[in-house]
Design a protein around this ligand. Structure first.
Ligand code: PMP
Length: 401
């Protein structure tokens, strides 16, 4: 019984936050977890979300009835349109639709379960490095072949497109390839349009299955359409594909578990069958999804004034991140920190992949109480005008020490 149970290893990002919480140092900063922070270092409820929430609280019609297994229809439709585009042919031809899931993680899990059970797939490719949960999600769905494609080039601190294409060319048919739609986590390095074309060509030639992970739409460029570029490129080219969408970051709805799995199929009949299988998978996992977050998203996306306000809120977040990139870069330059730190301003999205090694990371945590991921990833939103000097000196000390 329980006495025989082995202690499982902690989840790195949550363990880091726990260490941070226990630390009593006055100048402690958590650059680990990927959540937006204001310049005061505080979590931010988007003003448009606050407004919709107060309307919902006062609405006498809303209730807590179960949603359908595949979720709130108005949410799934609006979310699907947000990523595929208003004019997507697959939507007009009734061969694209969404299934609500427990945020991005749940959407990925739903897709993995489907690939394994209904398509018999067993090989998944992810970028090296990637968001750690990609491995766990596919492993627990029963994939036994989890492989990497080269992505990050440590020497250029940019994309290793040659390595990526070589690895994908060597992938067996019917492998699932996870592609970060934008703002790659953890590197903050995305392919450019011509690189996306080349990736698409290999995916087509090798008959691989594209699964886009879209957790940061709006965060890469501040422009929702631009951040959906790669997804729309594949959709226009006629691929069958899926997109795991998260609204944790772009709506700040982290704990509401608001997500959507977009299915783009070759024809409406196949779509209907795939969706029916998604119900069979979701029912014994979570039965039906939560309501609060998806109702907020559906309300905002369905109302022109709210939608405009939301875009403004996103710009507030993405421009603060760009400002912090410039500030940290400037501070390191002033300190004459050895090495080239241009990648801090060149990378996009929420994170910067600093290039700091595990020893330097430990040094910074222990001496400065600045918490960052072992792989050197820092959350740029946790940098503020108030702490940038301190963080820059911590990095400078670790590099020069
Ligand atoms: N994919 C990537 C690349 C992520 O960074 C995240 C959030 N850390 C997710 C998916 C999913 O997050 P959530 O389940 O909170 O939507």
């Amino acid at each position: 019984r329980f006495v025989d149970v082995e202690l499982a290893p902690p989840v790195p990002v949550f363990a880091l936050t726990a260490r941070y919480r226990e630390d009593n140092h006055p100048n402690k900063y958590n650059l680990g977890v990927g959540a937006y922070r204001t310049d005061e270092g505080l979590p931010w409820v988007l003003p448009v979300v606050r407004t919709v929430e107060s309307q919902m609280a006062a609405d006498p019609i809303l209730n807590h009835e179960y949603l359908p297994v595949c979720g709130l229809d108005s949410f799934c439709k609006a979310a699907t349109k947000l990523v595929l585009g208003e004019d997507a042919a697959s939507i007009a031809q009734n061969r694209a639709a969404g299934v609500q899931a427990l945020s991005g993680t749940g959407a990925l899990r739903l897709s993995a379960e489907f690939f394994k059970r209904c398509l018999g797939m067993n090989v998944m490719y992810h970028s090296k490095p990637t968001w750690g949960n990609h491995l766990g999600i596919f492993k627990h769905a029963g994939f036994t072949e989890i492989r990497e494609y080269r992505y990050w080039d440590a020497s250029t601190k940019g994309l290793d497109i040659k390595g990526m294409l070589e690895d994908l060319r060597a992938a067996p048919e019917d492998s699932v390839v996870i592609l970060h739609a934008c703002a790659h986590n953890p590197t903050g390095v995305d392919p450019n349009p011509s690189e996306w074309e080349q990736i698409m060509q290999v995916v087509r030639e090798r008959r691989l299955f594209p699964l886009f992970d879209s957790a940061y739409q709006g965060f890469a460029s501040g422009d929702l359409d631009r951040d959906a570029y790669a997804v729309r490129l594949f959709e226009k080219a006629g691929f069958e594909m899926m997109v795991a969408q998260s609204f944790s970051k772009n709506f700040g709805l982290y704990n509401e578990r608001t997500g959507n799995l977009v299915i783009v199929s070759a024809d409406p009949e196949s779509l209907r069958r795939v969706r029916s299988q998604m119900e069979v998978i979701a029912r014994p996992m979570w039965s039906n999804p939560p309501n609060h977050g998806c109702r907020i998203v559906a309300t905002v996306l369905g109302n022109a004034a709210f939608y405009a306000e939301w875009k403004d809120n996103i710009r507030t977040m993405s421009s603060r991140i760009s400002d912090m990139r410039r500030l940290l870069h400037e501070k390191l330059r002033q300190l004459k920190t050895p090495g080239n730190w241009d990648h801090i301003t060149n990378q996009i999205g929420m994170f910067s992949f600093t290039g700091l090694g595990p020893k330097q990371v430990d040094y910074i945590i222990n001496k400065y109480h600045v918490y960052l991921m072992k792989n050197g990833r820092i959350n740029m939103c946790a940098v503020t005008t108030g702490n940038a000097d301190y963080i820059a000196s911590a990095i400078n000390d670790a590099v020069t020490n």
